[in-house]
Design a protein around this ligand. Structure first.
Ligand SMILES: *Cc1c(COP(=O)(O)O)cnc(C)c1O
Length: 429
């Protein structure tokens, strides 16, 4: 059991093996100082290496023109491969199973085309209620595309009355209840609103037991929590890279397709030339032949500048021992939770409630809080002091200390300021 205190924070920063990584990032500036930044779950900070990586591609484009596809320092034809190993490590996959391509929602659609093949016996999709809207729209439109109605096809799971997060046992019983009718279990790895980390291995196994597929949206999970997609036997997964992976706005998305599907010629897909067998792609022949594995789901000429930005961030991840990164994540989040609890003990009238699970195995680097009144005012006043946390209507504050660049001192400073602002805002109210 850790004893948290300001002393704890000083010592923890001193003994932090990842402390130097902070210097690899630019922090937004506020009145000449670095802002306190806790929005790595929404948009990660810019790694300092990004401009060199992008400048390299600008230079190669200037100097080679079209020849850069094959002659540049990192040939554009295969640029995605300079990302594969680092991404495979983060998601627990074989290189064959992973590709950086497109964007999250586009990849979700492409994966659903392959893995959601409803029949009149087996057509239902189970997903978490309050899923990220893009996922809801993607699933709903796919269901309609196949001629089914979302109301009778999509089963959304909500927490029990009076609870904020889903119980694994309830997910498992829904899976077995819909059993023979279940085509797909589609879940996030970490829920974007509540910060709940799901037991991906268990729910995937349950979906397979009833004969369904399992897909994951890892937008809030990659770079944040332990993932073993290959061993967990996940069929497909998608992610974006601008959150914990720090690739910048609209960064390149990612796709995982399990090895067991790598050579399948039964899966339908919406194909494009960049997914064509690499060795003969430029022969421009009629009749699609996919490259084996996840690369076969690429569609278009790849987005080299976006991939270059991601490469800079993955350099930092590559240097980090993931066990150390995740241990720091738990300590930072635990310390923030402790400080918030202390505040509420001292000032019980502050209308704040943490809804993220307490167990570190059921969360990542995020604490979500309900604030029952004056939430927007609180956020705006924090922002005006250079404290960047995230606000979701109507009443959710999300605080995400990213272990790659946040320090324990950041949490101490945040807690002090947060307390001041709360006391002012809720005095006599
Ligand atoms: C951030 C996020 C997205 C964003 O999708 P894009 O296609 O990258 O815009 C989708 N789903 C989830 C769960 C997210 O958290």
């Amino acid at each position: 059991m850790t004893h948290y205190s300001a002393d704890f924070a000083l010592l923890a920063d001193k003994s932090d093996a990842l402390a130097l990584c902070r210097d690899d990032f630019y922090f937004p500036q506020h009145n000449g100082h670095s802002a306190l930044y806790f929005c790595g779950n929404s948009l990660g900070l810019q790694p300092k290496g990004v401009s060199d990586y992008i400048e390299q591609e600008l230079k190669d484009w200037r100097e080679y023109g079209v020849e850069g596809h094959f002659n540049s320092k990192r040939p554009w034809f295969s640029y995605h491969k300079v990302l594969t190993e680092s991404l495979a490590r983060l998601v627990g996959a074989l290189p064959l199973e992973v590709v950086a391509t497109n964007t999250l929602t586009a990849n979700l659609h492409f994966a659903l085309v392959s893995f959601y093949k409803p029949t009149h016996q087996r057509y239902k999709i189970i997903m978490e209620g309050n899923a990220f809207p893009s996922d809801q729209y993607a699933i709903e439109s796919q269901v309609r595309f196949h001629g089914f109605h979302p109301d009778t096809t999509i089963i959304e799971l909500f927490p029990r009355e009076g609870e904020y997060t889903l119980r694994t046992e309830d997910i498992l019983s829904a899976i077995s209840f819909h059993g023979k009718e279940l085509a797909l279990l589609m879940f996030s790895g970490v829920q974007y609103l509540t910060g709940q980390r799901f037991n991906m291995q268990k729910i995937a196994a349950a979906a397979h037991d009833v004969g369904a597929c399992c897909g994951l949206d890892l937008a809030h999970a990659i770079g944040n929590v332990e993932l073993e997609l290959h061993d967990w036997n996940i069929d497909f997964a998608v992610w974006c890279s601008y959150k914990y992976l720090n690739s910048g706005p609209g960064g390149i998305g990612g796709l995982f397709i399990h090895e067991k599907h790598a050579y399948s010629d039964e899966l339908p897909r919406f194909a494009g030339w960049w997914g064509y067998q690499e060795s003969s792609r430029f022969l421009m022949k009629k009749g699609f032949i996919p490259e084996p594995g996840a690369q076969g789901w690429q569609v278009s000429n790849a987005q080299v500048f976006q991939m270059a930005a991601l490469r800079a961030s993955l350099d930092i991840f590559d240097k980090a021992d993931l066990r150390v990164l995740f241990a720091k994540r738990d300590a930072l989040t635990g310390y923030a939770e402790y400080m918030l609890h202390s505040l509420l003990q001292e000032y019980p009238h502050i209308p704040l409630e943490i809804i993220t699970p307490k167990n570190s195995k059921e969360r990542g680097a995020q604490l979500s809080m309900l604030i029952h009144k004056h939430g927007k005012e609180l956020i705006d006043s924090l922002l005006s002091y250079g404290i960047i946390v995230d606000w979701r209507e109507p009443n959710i504050i999300r605080l995400a200390p990213a272990p790659l660049y946040n320090s324990f001192a950041d949490i101490t400073k945040f807690s002090e300021k947060f307390k001041e602002h709360c006391i002012r805002l809720f005095a006599n109210k």
